[in-house]
Design a binder for this molecule. Structure first.
Ligand SMILES: [Zn+2]
Length: 452
């Protein structure tokens, strides 16, 4: 689709119309596709925001809470209104389905989540769910038929660890069911409260090949787009995360009687290590980030030289190899610092690592092409936050579209995306999904090849 000239689109349209009995999908040329209704989107953001509303603004609609359950009923009613057939899978995911015209083709899926963090905002997740429903509204209102079935999803408990999408990818460990969520319910009981069934969780799994693509519209949750005045982010992927518990061993001693040149100070060592991690992540070319976010010194008294420090180290990047090389550099620097300070530094990796989830390059191009066709500005960028899309990348070609977050604020009541920005995101989502439907991803899409 990226290289397609207007003439080619028209020619393909004619061929498809001929081949498929003048299906309406094919009669809608790119430039005539409908535009999202920004006012409808905004009013639905406001209406969904009533479920779990906080007096200071925003919502506390944690997964499995009464507010979550009521909000889900509201979303189901919107889905039905948009002509979708609604069901809840065994993981509690809400799925609104719209059939395609060609039997046997895999599903094209889009969606996000409506659960929030405690004291969260009205756009994280909601934008992608209500944006997806807006796509369904436009398809229905303009009688646009598609070849593939489309599914519009609300994933269960994203904020508690992308529970619904992990189940869909067949990657939710059984141990997750016993974890107590913010609602007070275990995740297992929570899934039951949503109409799912943890005992039959495997039925929620979507095998590889059953989805043609998954695309998620989401707010950026950072300030890059809003500050640079760019309409849209083409997400390159969701960064991987590695954590380490770091232990620094020195010698605790009297703070008054130990001369400065005789100290083996664990906290001074740790301070140098934190600076080194920051320097390495800052000066290595790329977008990697490294953070020391927790530190504690023992014995922790003003008059004792710290003998032991425990601290955290976190590294994120899109490239697993890059994360490893940044860590190796930090480790080498740690050896040098420890030798100079007469201390020791030990790194213990915490088994919570998230592997990077790159988006599909073909989908990035499709999203860019859709944005360009609408005259929108865009840039490629990584997502530093986790999303359901990272799990769906294990099942299908995955893409993500970011819209600007005003002030870069997220997980807070001030979270805000303008109706116009949100509508732009939906317009690009609609065009992206329809391009996939017409064969933009290539493989096994004979109809698209006819015009190439
Ligand atoms: Zn989210």
């Amino acid at each position: 689709m990226a290289e397609m000239k207007p003439g080619a689109i028209l020619r393909r349209t004619a061929i498809l119309a001929l081949a498929q009995g003048a299906m309406l999908a094919c009669a809608v040329a790119e430039e005539n596709l409908p535009r999202a209704d920004a006012g409808r989107l905004e009013s639905r953001i406001v209406e969904l925001g009533h479920f779990g509303a906080n007096p200071e603004g925003g919502v506390s609609r944690v997964a499995f809470s009464d507010a979550d359950i009521a909000g889900r009923e509201y979303v189901k009613s919107l889905m039905r209104g948009a002509g979708l057939e609604v069901r809840v899978d065994t993981a509690g995911n809400i799925i609104g389905r719209r059939d395609g015209d060609e039997p046997g083709l895999p599903t094209i899926m889009t969606g996000s989540h409506i659960d929030s963090v405690p004291k969260g905002g009205n756009y994280d997740g909601d934008a992608g769910v209500l944006g997806a429903i807006e796509v369904a509204e436009l398809l229905r209102a303009h009688a646009i038929a598609t070849r593939h079935p489309f599914e519009f999803v609300v994933f269960t408990d994203e904020e508690g660890g992308t529970v619904g999408s992990q189940a869909m990818a067949g990657r939710l460990p059984a141990s997750a069911f016993d974890v107590v969520s913010h609602s007070g319910l275990t995740i297992g009981d929570g899934i039951r409260a949503l109409g799912g069934d943890p005992a039959r969780i495997v039925e929620a799994r979507r095998p590889q090949g059953s989805l043609a693509a998954f695309v998620e519209l989401h707010i950026e949750q950072g300030a890059i787009l809003a500050e640079s005045g760019i309409d849209l982010g083409v997400v390159e992927g969701i960064v991987g995360i590695r954590w380490w518990d770091v232990t620094v061993e020195g010698v605790a001693n009297h703070a008054g009687t130990t001369p400065m040149d005789r100290r083996r100070d664990a906290l001074v060592t740790a301070a140098e290590l934190a600076l080194a991690a920051n320097r390495i992540a800052s000066t290595t070319p790329g977008t990697q980030v490294a953070t020391v976010g927790r530190i504690s010194a023992e014995p922790g008294a003003p008059n004792v030289i710290p003998g032991r420090v425990t601290m955290s180290l976190e590294i994120r990047d899109l490239d697993a190899g890059k994360m490893e090389s940044v860590f190796r550099a930090v480790e080498a620097e740690a050896r040098r610092i420890a030798a100079a300070r007469g201390t020791s530094i030990h790194f213990d990796e915490v088994e919570l690592a998230l592997t990077p989830a790159p988006t599909d390059e073909r989908l990035r191009v499709v999203v860019e092409s859709a944005a360009a066709s609408l005259g929108l500005s865009y840039r490629r960028m990584p997502s530093g936050a986790g999303h359901d899309a990272q799990d769906m990348a294990h099942v299908a070609p995955m893409g993500m579209i970011f819209v600007p977050s005003q002030g870069g604020i997220s997980h807070a009541p001030q979270e805000y995306t303008t109706p116009a920005d949100l509508a732009n995101g939906v317009d690009v989502l609609l065009r992206t999904l329809l391009a996939i439907d017409r064969g933009a991803l290539g493989a096994g899409q004979p109809a698209a090849r006819a015009s190439d």
